[in-house]
Design a protein around this ligand. Structure first.
Ligand code: HEM
Length: 407
């Protein structure tokens, strides 16, 4: 290639702030995986972070105890330097030290085992039916607003015992928070969302203390009041993270899943004719266009050499899950969307001790949602061109704001 041609076609760059990259990050991931699979990127707030793009290293780092999710330079017991609204939600599963993580995970895990989640099947099917009944006669809907968002938010609200009528508040706070991660331009909106959310939780939890019910928040309040296995800040942090994680990602599992099925109509047809492929179809959606673009941040607890590069103690690391899931060394024909793919050990839910707590719930919601959608609306198609889709900002969540469809 001549120098002139090179200037015309600059190498694709990973830039989590660039709408064009967000729309289609895969050419840039392909390029970097080949050229510089473990690379240092300047973050918008002026710090450097390592970005890991190949499956092999991604799979190792996301589950390697030498890379911790709690900031190593901070005393885990001391949140006194944080403003009050941040301190109260600072002790969640992805921010505490490994010993506290084990204790908290054990406490909450019981509610999310595949067996417990199976009991929700009937209720998830009921909510799915109600939502599709509402739009069926219109012949069109906004798939995100009318279906993909209200389904998981209703399920997690009911599990926790949070009023479903407040769902739009959670949606706003959560969207604003996610978009503001590592984006200094949006830090004020993230701050306001945190304050709004925390004030809401304070009222909710103090009311629930007066009248406990049959829900997860009441169960957690009992544990907190009974002994020393759950502090007040941990109680708030768990509820906060469950409301956000409980819907943000699953919305986009359904949304991105429908986009992939519409992009590959022969796969959609295959699924309509063979609904028993729904399990492998959900795994393929998670791999092909999963809702979590990158892992939560990790910090190196010691110097570690990864693919020839030395990641120094206290360096910040992000694992690009979307890139790892398209690595040709790990997946045959990675850019093909194949709902019958046999070997599919993707990293969409992470790996190791932080493996997604909500994976059984997300899988069940995704299976019921997509199966019913295709059963009731087999002629589902985009109302506008795919290019008109607006992708969500931010480096954590991969998904679109709206999907107008007709059926
Ligand atoms: C398709 C939907 C979902 C995806 C793609 C997803 C993805 C992930 C990923 C990648 C992680 C690991 C992050 C890391 O290691 O840095 C994670 C952790 C977590 N997820 Fe999910 N998630 C989904 C749905 C859910 C749901 C429905 C819930 C809750 C009801 C949930 C709750 C959590 C929690 C609490 C953690 C932290 C676990 C720990 O640190 O031990 N997620 N999720």
């Amino acid at each position: 290639m001549s120098a002139n041609q090179q200037n015309q076609n600059p190498a694709p760059k990973i830039d989590f702030q660039d709408p064009e990259f967000i729309r289609n990050p895969f050419p840039a991931y392909d390029y970097i995986r080949e050229k510089d699979p473990v690379f240092r990127m300047l973050m918008p707030h002026g710090q450097y972070a390592w970005v890991i793009t190949r499956f092999e290293e991604a799979s190792e780092i996301v589950s390697d105890a030498r890379f911790v999710t709690n900031y190593p330079m901070q005393d885990p017991e001391d949140d006194s330097d944080l403003p009050a609204h941040k301190a109260i939600i600072s002790r969640n599963l992805l921010s505490v030290n490994p010993a506290d993580h084990r204790r908290l995970r054990r406490l909450i895990q019981k509610a999310f085992t595949p067996k417990m989640i199976k009991n929700l099947r009937g209720r998830i099917e009921e909510i799915t039916d109600e939502l599709l009944d509402k739009v069926q006669h219109n012949g069109e809907m906004n798939l995100i607003e009318d279906f993909a968002f209200p389904l998981p938010i209703k399920v997690i609200c009911e599990m926790l015992g949070v009023p479903v009528k407040d769902q739009f508040k959670f949606q706003d706070w959560s969207n604003h928070l996610m978009e503001s991660v590592n984006n200094p331009a949006l830090s004020q909106q993230g701050e306001d969302a945190t304050i709004g959310f925390v004030n809401y939780l304070q009222t909710l939890i103090s009311e629930r203390r007066q009248q406990l019910g049959e829900d997860l928040i009441s169960d957690l309040i009992k544990v907190e009041e009974e002994g020393d296995s759950l502090s007040e800040h941990e109680l708030y942090s768990l509820i906060f993270v469950l409301i956000i994680a409980g819907h943000e990602t699953t919305v986009n599992l359904i949304g991105n899943g429908v986009l992939a099925l519409l992009e590959f109509p022969e796969q959609k047809q295959k699924l309509i004719e063979n609904p028993e492929f729904i399990h492998s179809a959900i795994e393929e959606i998670l791999r092909y266009n999963g809702p979590a673009e990158v892992s939560n941040v990790r910090w190196a607890a010691e110097d570690v050499t990864v693919a020839g590069k030395t990641i120094k103690k206290d360096d910040m690391v992000f694992v690009a899950l979307s890139s790892a899931n398209r690595d040709p060394e790990a997946f045959a024909d990675p850019d093909a969307f194949d709902i019958t793919r046999k070997v599919n050990n993707h990293l969409a839910f992470g790996k190791g001790v932080h493996f997604c707590l909500g994976a059984p719930l997300a899988r069940l919601e995704g299976e019921i949602a997509i199966r019913e959608l295709l059963r009731r609306m087999p002629d589902l198609r985009m109302k506008d061109d795919q290019d008109a889709l607006v992708w969500r900002q931010g480096m954590i969540i991969r998904g679109v704001k709206e999907i107008p469809v007709v059926f």
